[in-house]
Design a protein around this ligand. Structure first.
Ligand code: 3H9
Length: 692
């Protein structure tokens, strides 16, 4: 049963009970309807309360049902709400903890709402590329006013209920014990004369609705390519019309949005994020190791950023360096970062001090030996890592988790420097570590299951999106980006220029094209990787343009010149005549007659390079599922959210079509770089997708 029924002293209490968040799936909707029927048929019942069991009133419609026939199966949420609203016996919603999406819409259909002050209220459908589709766009403006409702619906943001104390959204506010309060409230209103209040009967008033809505339309028009925000505005605008007409317009827009690729991708991204925390062979009830004390080794950019991630979550950190000067510099940088956030008004001075007070700086390994977790963020060199891990193995207490922030080195080799490889794990933060959401958790051959479970739980605490990767060169993200960057280079050889490549992929939705990105990260870093690769894998070739660029000292933004020119104090990338001439000259040297390359080809080659490598990564078990690859790209590499990640995008295009394109590119310039990944081919042949 996903909804319980009980009668207490003349009040029927229908309790939603569909863990984890009482999603309003088909079984729950059936349960509510069954409860309503029983309550209406029972003469001893004078009023009805609808409440939620556990940690939520309701998180809304069951997202996992979307795209299946169950989503629209009767009784629909609409039918449930209509039944409640038409009930001759008063229905009181008891809202606690979370009332979101369809959950809030269900409550708005009740006659009264008793609410805990701290309940989190939202209509977040827009984040899923949707709009509230069970009357939210019509009833919320009637409850809290046009402007407030529009803001909530278009932003999808969560607000605590105390902000609505003075509105028709809340009939009675309580601190806690909401069900008791709702029962009491229900008894009081049970015998009120006349019909019970229905939000649908109110009119939406606004002094200058046309002007306001015109402004809102203009504002959301900037939400590039996304249809939902504008549809939200239109649906809320329809709340000025008669209720039933507004409901019809809302319904039509909801069904339209549900079928868009944007919504499919955003729903995928939502579920992929939750799925990433689940590791197939790590049971959900794996006991976690205690993590009370954390240490970070290395106070450089990475170590400082990692330390800040913990301080931001209220977790004390000991920061260790070998030289006093480097340690002082590291601590000063952390303080400066916080002070600058405070200057922007995003932190109070007290918060700055509170965070700094959790930071302890030391030059002695003795001060970290009883830490539960130590994260090494020292120079990316196996010799240096070896010295650190030998030392850690000697001094750290038994059971401590020893983590490396390496982005390129073999975690199994690092683990082998210790006598406790089961306690060693990779924690690959992305720079700036205090800002970037992605954390690749690198699972070594011997990493213990409870170490993985503990690190994944910790990631949630420090608000990172953790994805598990097996050990391979570059792990998931950088291994894939290498193929993408390779194609970007080959495109230059053939006829494109950096600004065209960047513009094409940015129009596709990437936050930043490959050349602007590498100018920011530093061309010298990629150069060093290519040099290493030339020794390890001589047959793995690249366009030489990147080397020519570095030989000219054009290392990127930090040098004031890279693929683009930069002006002091200005991060804007200006196309460089010198670089463009160098590229054209290089094509001539190769004997290539440059051709006009379409933006569509640029996008396909870059994105399919990711997809094909992603398929190999899934096939090899480096990622345990395709949606993990998507999460890496959505949270760490600026892949457009509304495309759901490279693998999801490939599913949308159709794997057959992706494989065909790859085969076509394999016949072109540097075609040896393309070979359809066996998993991609297998799924294409079976008419399936990566995420099916
Ligand atoms: C809608 O309502 C449409 C209607 O307008 C119209 C209908 C006709 N369904 O985030 P967490 C699961 S659209 C199913 O880690 P937290 C989630 O997958 C919906 N499952 O926890 C995860 O499962 P698992 C509008 C859901 O405490 C578990 O709950 N509503 C749903 O950090 C824990 O999730 C939304 O968009 C759902 N609706 O945050 C609300 N919600 O353990 C989206 C969550 O198996 N949800 N799950 O991995 C949220 O914002 C957060 O999950 C919430 C809890 C704040 C509720």
């Amino acid at each position: 049963m996903t909804a319980h029924y009980q009668v207490r002293d003349g009040v029927a209490v229908i309790t939603l009970d569909n863990p984890p968040v009482n999603g309003l799936g088909h079984a729950t909707r059936l349960g509510i309807m069954a409860g309503m029927t029983r309550a209406l048929d029972d003469d001893s019942v004078t009023a009805i309360v609808i409440a939620g069991a556990g940690a939520a009133f309701s998180g809304g419609a069951d997202i996992r049902e979307f795209g299946t026939p169950m989503a629209l199966q009767e009784p629909s949420l609409q039918t449930v709400i209509d039944t409640i609203e038409a009930s001759p016996k008063p229905v009181v919603a008891a809202l606690h903890s979370v009332a979101m999406g369809g959950g809030l819409e269900l409550a708005l259909g009740c006659h009264y709402r008793v609410v805990t002050k701290s309940a989190r209220i939202a209509l977040p459908e827009v984040n899923l590329g949707l709009l509230p589709g069970a009357g939210g766009t019509q009833r919320l403006p009637r409850a809290i006013g046009l402007e407030a409702a529009l803001n909530l619906i278009v932003s999808g943001k969560t607000t605590t209920a105390d902000a609505f104390g003075h509105t028709r959204l809340v009939d009675h506010m309580v601190e806690d014990n909401v069900v008791d309060a709702a029962e009491k409230y229900a008894r009081n209103v049970a015998h009120s004369p006349g019909v019970h209040p229905r939000l649908r009967d109110l009119e939406v008033q606004h002094e200058s609705a046309d002007a306001y809505l015109g402004y809102a339309r203009m504002t959301v028009a900037g939400a590039a390519g996304l249809p939902a925000p504008l549809k939200c505005v239109e649906a809320v605008a329809a709340s000025l019309k008669p209720f039933d007409q507004g409901m019809r317009e809302e319904r039509e827009a909801f069904l339209h949005l549900m079928a868009t690729p944007h919504s499919r991708a955003l729903r995928h991204a939502f579920l992929a994020e939750r799925a990433a925390s689940k590791i197939p062979d790590v049971p959900a009830d794996t006991p976690l190791r205690t993590l009370a004390k954390v240490a970070v080794i290395g106070a450089g950019t990475m170590g400082g950023g990692i330390a800040m991630s913990f301080l931001n979550a209220g977790i004390p950190v000991t920061l260790l360096e070998t030289k006093a000067e480097a340690l002082e510099r590291g601590v000063a940088t952390i303080r400066r970062n916080y002070e600058s956030t405070a200057k922007k008004g995003k932190l109070s001075q007290e918060q700055v001090e509170a965070r700094m007070s959790l930071l302890c700086a030391t030059l002695s390994y003795d001060d970290i030996k009883d830490a539960d977790l130590v994260i090494e963020a020292v120079f990316e060199d196996m010799g240096v890592k070896k010295a650190v891990f030998r030392q850690l193995d000697e001094i750290m207490k038994p059971g401590a988790i020893l983590a490396s922030n390496t982005s390129t080195l073999d975690v199994d080799a690092i683990a082998a420097f210790t006598k406790r490889p089961q306690d060693v794990v990779g924690m690959h933060f992305f720079s700036p570590a205090n800002v970037m959401k992605l954390l690749e958790v690198v699972r070594g051959k011997h990493t213990a299951l409870d170490v993985l479970a503990t690190v994944m739980a910790l990631a949630k605490k420090i608000r990172k999106i953790a994805v598990v990767s097996g050990v391979c060169d570059g792990f998931i993200g950088n291994r894939m980006i290498e193929q993408y960057s390779r194609q970007a280079g080959f495109l230059l050889d053939e006829g494109a220029l950096p600004e065209q490549v960047d513009r094409a992929i940015e129009r596709f939705g990437f936050a930043m094209g490959p050349f602007r990105m590498i100018d920011m990260a530093g061309n010298d870093i990629a150069w060093a990787i290519r040099k290493r690769r030339a020794v390890e894998q001589p047959s793995f070739n690249y366009s030489k343009t990147g080397d020519l660029l570095c030989e000219a000292g054009r290392f990127g933004q930090k040098a004031g010149k890279g693929w683009y020119d930069y002006k002091p104090g200005d991060r804007m990338a200006y196309p460089s005549q010198q670089v463009n001439d160098m590229i054209v000259e290089h094509s001539k040297d190769l004997g290539i007659e440059r051709r006009r390359i379409s933006d569509a080809e640029i996008v396909e080659r870059l994105v399919y390079a990711l997809v094909n490598e992603g398929a190999l990564i899934v096939e090899e078990g480096i990622a345990s599922k395709a949606s993990d690859v998507d999460m890496v790209y959505l949270s760490g590499y600026g892949f457009p959210q509304w495309r759901g990640g490279p693998m999801r995008h490939a599913d949308e295009v159709g794997l057959y079509n992706v494989a065909q394109s790859i085969r076509r590119y394999a016949r072109g310039y540097q075609g040896h770089a393309w070979e359809v990944a066996p998993l991609l081919q297998k799924l294409a042949d079976a008419g399936r997708g990566f995420n099916d």
